[in-house]
Design a protein around this ligand. Structure first.
Ligand code: NAD
Ligand code: 2HG
Length: 636
């Protein structure tokens, strides 16, 4: 990436809420007032004054005077603040440390905050103390802050303007900041451009005045053609997260600078077509269907990868995603344990008829009796589907003294003393408990219907925590009403409400000894937090270095980190000769290949090439023009 000549350029950067994520004085008050019963009140007063000053609705000099008067801080507090602020440097500044260090001489920190804490923090990224222009505190002999230097230009109204006038900088001056006082430099004709920095805070009055709004330092560097950590600023890449995925996921993407939108509920097809416009990364759970119709809509043209924040991926048209070069990832075992625990608990609740007893107790009925209450110990558990969940239930159920049998369409290793059945009928014939744990492929629709219920023992206990369409609901209702099924627990349904505001309508409502749960088998704090970390990590690996390890629809490649090279990712239809064509392009332009990786599925090929040379547009264009190319992208 060519680096624009910086020689005649000065970059003036604000400190509070720009270089760091927070306002230094607010945080100093927070530290100094620890243990003070009025801490909250005073800190919020200081915050209020800061905000008024920053948005230009209060004289700066008055705001500084009022805030320092409320502080009650000393040198020790300033030291604590420095340590705190070092951990609060804005993510995009940390990411671009190399640029900052390299051009430190041309970067000026101009702040109405205090050198006392600003200097040690900006020095972390290599900016020298003499390039920091800010106020200074006065201290008494005990080290208490007694005030500040009122002669300092930066303590006065329009202080930044006066300071810059006095500096008489030569060449272009670009100002990056989040406050109105930063914009004033442009207004006064002292800066050629003002960049409103919105990574930490966005103020309407400031944004409206800006030449450019930059959600990160990467964006500033990109706009100005300067060297940077991200080849294409992530603030330009949209991430859409649906169905209230865990906040960890939002943080993971925000930390890297992506533009993230989180929606609470699921979306139907039409809504998704609308919202997917310009989205590159999509996160969803079990209730949003990513269909062919959505994928082929021009709005979905930028989609690069999809994260299912759950185990099941039946809601996603995986084949169509593959055709379009979109890699799909899921969390294959982050909520397994939660489903297992609930299944075991439900079996106990059902055999003791606990829910009915509890409901009657709430109505004042004391019915102490052992009639129709049983232990699960010694009973036969029949597991349909012996995958991650089925096998874990098998182990725990056996530890509780159950006899475990299973049926799986694939030949599976029996754990412990579990016994394999050779047909579904054999399993259903012998089990006292039947629990379904098959995956949600279409072919599994209605695998349990009238006939299968007829094969079950009388008074069977039946559980479905897998997928709703796997069971024919009218047949289950019939089996419950006829007494064939003595108790049932159902967590998943052929149709599930999109949000918590929609009514749950199903024929199973109101039946005796039937526990209904709103698809919460995997909904524990632990599982959701795990998923919220696991899935973004996969998506970020794909975005940042091209790895597809763990993808459910894509050639899987685990790639080494990219060091001092460009990485070119070529996704194509799996037809003969593509690799040769790619390499012919490199040979034609005398580009030396440092590393090359290829993986294919029946339909798709994925070639990753690491090259040392500066890339040229011609190479990129020729690679894109190779017949049968689906997608092409470049990483540093
Ligand atoms: N209720 C919830 O909140 C919740 C949470 C997590 C997972 N799930 C669902 O639980 C199910 C199981 O999850 P998992 O992680 O164990 O999946 P898995 O893929 O590890 O296991 C599924 C097993 O079912 C077997 N199978 C598929 N079709 C079958 C059939 N017709 N008959 C017998 N065996 C069959 C497969 O061979 C596989 O061994 C999935 O449908 C998943 O979506 C539900
Ligand atoms: O959380 C969800 O929406 C789905 C949970 C579960 O069914 C899964 O597939 O992991």
């Amino acid at each position: 990436m060519s680096n624009k000549q910086l020689e005649p350029l000065h970059i003036v950067i604000d400190f509070d809420s720009t270089f760091t994520k927070v306002e230094g004085l607010d945080e100093l008050a927070n530290i100094a007032l620890q243990g003070n019963p009025k801490q909250k009140e005073i800190v919020s007063k200081i915050r209020e004054i800061t905000e008024k000053g920053m948005s230009g609705s209060y004289s700066f000099a008055d705001s500084l005077r009022d805030r320092v008067a409320l502080l009650s801080a000393n040198r020790g507090h300033v030291d604590q603040l420095i340590a705190f602020l070092k951990g609060k440097i804005s993510d995009s500044f940390n990411r671009n440390k190399e640029f900052i260090q390299e051009h430190a001489e041309q970067i000026l920190i101009v702040s109405s905050g205090f050198k006392d804490f600003i200097v040690p923090v900006v020095q972390e990224l290599g900016i020298p103390a003499e390039n920091v222009f800010a106020n200074t505190f006065n201290y008494d002999a005990e080290g208490n802050i007694t005030g500040y230097d009122h002669d300092n230009l930066l303590s006065k109204d329009r202080g930044k303007v006066s300071l810059l006038q006095s500096l008489q900088l030569e060449g272009e001056v670009y100002v990056i900041g989040d406050g109105y006082t930063d914009y004033e430099l442009r207004e006064a004709g002292l800066a050629n451009k003002f960049f409103a920095f919105t990574e930490n805070v966005s103020r309407k009055v400031v944004v409206e005045k800006a030449d450019h709004v930059v959600p990160s330092l990467d964006e500033f560097l990109y706009i100005n053609g300067l060297s940077r950590a991200q080849s294409y600023p992530k603030s330009r890449i949209k991430v859409l997260l649906l169905e209230n995925v865990h906040p960890h996921a939002v943080q993971a993407f925000k930390k890297e600078g992506f533009q993230v939108e989180l929606l609470k509920g699921a979306l139907d097809e039409a809504e998704l077509i609308e919202k997917i416009k310009d989205v590159s990364i999509l996160g969803l759970r079990s209730k949003t269907n990513l269909t062919k119709k959505v994928l082929e809509h021009p709005n979905a043209a930028r989609l690069m990868c999809v994260g299912a924040f759950c185990i099941g991926t039946n809601q996603i048209d995986l084949a169509e995603c593959e055709n379009r070069g979109i890699a799909v990832f899921n969390a294959p075992y982050s909520n397994t344990r939660s489903v297992v625990e609930l299944s075991i608990g439900l079996m106990v609740m059902l055999t003791r008829n606990i829910f009915e007893k509890s409901t009657r107790m709430h109505a004042g009925v004391w019915d102490k009796s052992a009639t129709n209450s049983y232990e699960i110990r010694g009973k036969k558990l029949g597991l349909v589907g012996y995958g991650n969940i089925g096998t874990q239930i098998s182990v725990i159920a056996e530890a509780l003294g159950m006899e475990v049998y299973f049926y799986d369409t694939v030949d599976k290793l029996a754990l412990g003393n579990a016994k394999k059945c050779s047909s579904l009928k054999e399993l259903l014939n012998l089990a006292d408990f039947v629990s379904l744990h098959v995956d949600g492929r279409k072919v599994n629709t209605n695998i349990i219907g009238k006939q299968e219920f007829s094969w079950m023992k009388d008074n069977v206990i039946f559980l479905n925590l897998s997928r709703g369409h796997v069971v024919e609901i009218p047949a289950l209702v019939e089996a419950i009403k006829s007494g064939k099924v003595w108790g049932a627990a159902v967590d998943v349904f052929p149709y599930e409400p999109k949000t918590n505001d929609e009514e749950f309508i199903n024929e199973l409502r109101g039946l005796p000894n039937v526990i209904l749960t709103p698809h919460i088998g995997g909904s524990t704090e632990e599982a959701q937090a795990n998923i919220g970390e696991f899935v973004p990590a996969k998506l970020l690996q794909f975005m940042n270095n091209g790895s597809t390890y763990g993808s459910v629809n894509f050639p899987e490649l685990q790639l080494p980190p990219l060091e001092n090279a460009h990485r070119l990712l070529h996704i194509h239809q799996n037809v003969p000769g593509i690799l040769a064509q790619i390499n012919n392009v490199f040979a034609k332009y005398h580009v030396n290949i440092i590393g090359q990786y290829l993986k294919t599925t029946e339909k798709t090929g994925y070639v990753i090439t690491d090259v040392a040379k500066e890339y040229s547009e011609e190479i990129v264009n020729e690679l894109k023009l190779i017949d049968n190319t689906i997608k092409f992208r470049m990483l540093y």
